[in-house]
Ligand binder design. Structure first.
Ligand SMILES: NC(=O)c1ccc[n+]([C@@H]2O[C@H](COP(=O)([O-])OP(=O)(O)OC[C@H]3O[C@@H](n4cnc5c(N)ncnc54)[C@H](O)[C@@H]3O)[C@@H](O)[C@H]2O)c1
Length: 341
């Protein structure tokens, strides 16, 4: 049994990490820490663990590994601290809020020799894995372009502390908005699906509609629309939005020389392929987890597997190219020019 510490006891810890650790049968929820002490105490009582008063106290309590589920701006500091104490980490996305931090995390993982996995759960969906196999097999030919989207109505109803004063809207704690919250998922997914990396980006990362409790536009972006050129030469768009009111869009379309593949599209099939000759192939595998419908993400099983074998497939190093594209997109939007990564 791995003795697990939970740092940040909010929504993602409660609806994903904790239930998936319990379901694994391989983990004991030993330690909890949250800035909100009552929240940590409550979880400790419910899961027969112990609440601590600081990150250091928790890290010195004899845990075998930790989940970092705090707000974005604290991921790097807590993760590096844990790794320096020889403790493996599963850190939620976005892994960091600056390129320097993301690189420091990657280096800390390499120096410590300990597992650092990032919670890029979209790589673990059966549908996304199948889609990657189909692309690799060449069923739709050479990939020419793509369109990937993650949009919903925003995080203000999701957070454990809901409302217009959510940290997700606060630049000092979130640093980035829809781009970091949703855009990193789809940027990392495109790298994963195409076995590729973004080499240049033009983007508009902007705030169109979300207002804080005072009625002012929020301090972070609520929409990010990016044009990515990949190393292979493929060109596509990545859209992240917190203003898709009414219905979530989590779809990806890949256009190849021999056909089109739609993943989690409106047809209701997990994957639908239309070949050049007009014939269709459908795959029904699973549905995407949404904020309202949480299915097992596989993230915790993957982390525990990473601990068993001593290395993580979804490592910090493997997410770094997508993080560079995210920061490149923000720079492109600010400077109004194409940015080479
Ligand atoms: N993989 C995914 O799909 C996914 C989904 C949702 C959230 N997340 C990520 O998980 C992280 C947490 O998001 P959430 O939805 O649980 O937010 P939340 O608001 O529901 O909870 C955050 C919790 O962290 C605590 N916290 C903040 N800073 C802290 C610190 N320095 N030390 C200890 N506790 C601290 C808060 O008190 C709160 O209890 C974010 O980085 C978010 O981007 C990932």
């Amino acid at each position: 049994m791995y003795r697990i510490g939970i740092i940040g006891c909010g929504k993602i810890a409660q609806v994903r990490h904790i239930p998936e650790y319990i379901a694994s049968g391989k983990a004991e929820l030993a330690a909890f820490y949250d800035l909100n002490a009552a929240r940590a105490e409550e979880l400790a009582a419910r899961y027969h663990g112990k609440a601590y008063h600081s990150v250091d106290e928790l890290l010195d309590s004899g845990v075998d590994a930790v989940s970092v589920c705090t707000s974005n701006a604290t991921h790097a500091e807590i993760t590096i601290k844990a790794l320096e104490k020889g403790i493996p980490v599963l850190c939620e996305k976005p892994m960091a809020v600056s390129l320097a931090e993301a690189e420091a995390m990657t280096e800390a993982a390499a120096r410590s020799g300990k597992v650092l996995m990032i919670g890029q759960n979209q790589r673990l969906n059966g549908t996304h894995r199948m889609a990657r196999d189909i692309i690799r097999r060449g069923d739709i030919g050479k990939v020419l372009s793509f369109r990937t989207i993650f949009g919903h109505g925003g995080p203000e109803t999701w957070s454990i502390d809901p409302g217009k004063n959510t940290w997700f809207f606060d630049k000092s704690r979130a640093c980035m908005g829809a781009m970091a919250d949703l855009g990193i998922h789809k940027t990392d997914l495109i790298d994963f699906l195409l076995d590729d990396e973004v080499v240049s980006v033009s983007a508009s990362v902007t705030t169109l509609d979300k207002k804080d409790a005072e009625g002012n536009l929020i301090g972070v972006d609520d929409n990010a629309i990016c044009i990515y050129t990949m190393k292979s030469g493929a060109v596509g768009t990545m859209t992240a939005s917190w203003t898709y009111y009414g219905e979530e869009d989590n779809s990806t379309t890949i256009y190849g020389t021999d056909g089109i593949m739609v993943i989690y599209g409106p047809s209701g099939h997990s994957i639908s392929i239309t070949l050049k000759d007009g014939s269709h192939i459908y795959y029904d595998i699973d549905r995407m987890q949404t904020n309202d419908a949480q299915t097992s993400s596989g993230v915790i099983d993957e982390f525990l597997l990473s601990l068993d074998r001593g290395w993580a497939e979804i490592s910090a190093a493997s997410v770094l190219p997508a993080m560079k594209a995210v920061f490149g997109a923000i720079e492109s939007s600010r400077t109004r020019r194409e940015v080479r990564i």
